[in-house]
Design a binder for this molecule. Sequence first.
Ligand SMILES: Cc1cc2nc3c(=O)[nH]c(=O)nc-3n(C[C@H](O)[C@H](O)[C@H](O)COP(=O)(O)O)c2cc1C
Length: 315
Amino acid sequence: MTDLTVRIGALTLANPVMPASGTFAEGLGEAVDLNRIGALVTKTITRELRAGNPLPRVAEVVGGMLNAIGIPSKGVPYLLETTLPLYRRWTPPLVVSISAPTVEGFASLAAEISVPGVAAIEANISCPNIEEDGRAFAMRPASTEAVVRQLRAATALPLWVKLTPNTGEIADVARAAEAAGADALVVANTILAMSIDLNSFKPRLGNVMGGLSGPAIKPIVLRQVYQCARAVRVPIIGCGGISTAADAAEYMLAGASAVQVGTATFLNSAAMIEVIEGLDRFCEAHGLSRVADLTSGLRHEEADEDDLSWVSPAP
Ligand SMILES: Cc1cc2nc3c(=O)[nH]c(=O)nc-3n(C[C@H](O)[C@H](O)[C@H](O)COP(=O)(O)O)c2cc1C
């Protein structure tokens, strides 16, 4: 039996596996024992009621799926009065994912939901910042630092910050989030993408563009976890295309302390349980008594990670 516990800042999780925000709801408890999962993560909530994007909101593509759900939200009172009491029946820590279009909106929402029953806040900063140019907060270090600093001041709960993979400077964004007080980073959200229906010549998503998730994004996000792990000291939670324990082990070797499973659960409701059991067997097969020993266990010659000249050689 492997020791599957991991530490994410002040929180100790029974194992490193949890759902990715938006791909999980309490109904999964009818199919699997949610008490076996390391932590439970809600769909992102906003303060206001939101309807979400026009239909269709999802489309299957090779290697994954596109979604442009648009964060429909039932608002804060619903979370406090309905969702939180419901989750009391399960033992894993509950992480509440939040989003807002402004720095002030993020901070006040974090303060409002810092109540008993919430173990940590996951700030989904992959959403547009309407006070600037509408680009996601996590696209740039400065806007990341500004929002995380206010979030840090607004809550005493552990603060996880979920980054976007749609930036060319993810290591700098990670450093900014850490400097502003993040306790952990979730790397990452979906990759901006689109698909076209060749019968109608129309986009396959009502919103035209959406986020790609699933196996197709794994090598890209794995690389970003590796870059972030070398840039910061806070724990990293890897998220992107994880369907099996082998995927999770790769993420941990690249530097993740825990992982989130998203799209895979739509195809196989037991995916998270299988990842937990498979990690146990993987560690046993490699003579590791603790799953935490996988983190940053990558064996390689030291390379200068900033030397990207091989990608686009200098003229
Ligand atoms: C249908 C759907 C809804 C999602 N909703 C959210 C959300 O509300 N908040 C969020 O931070 N990420 C959301 N995501 C992104 C996932 O949490 C995750 O970052 C992404 O899907 C990559 O992981 P995966 O490849 O394992 O699915 C959503 C993804 C999907 C597929």
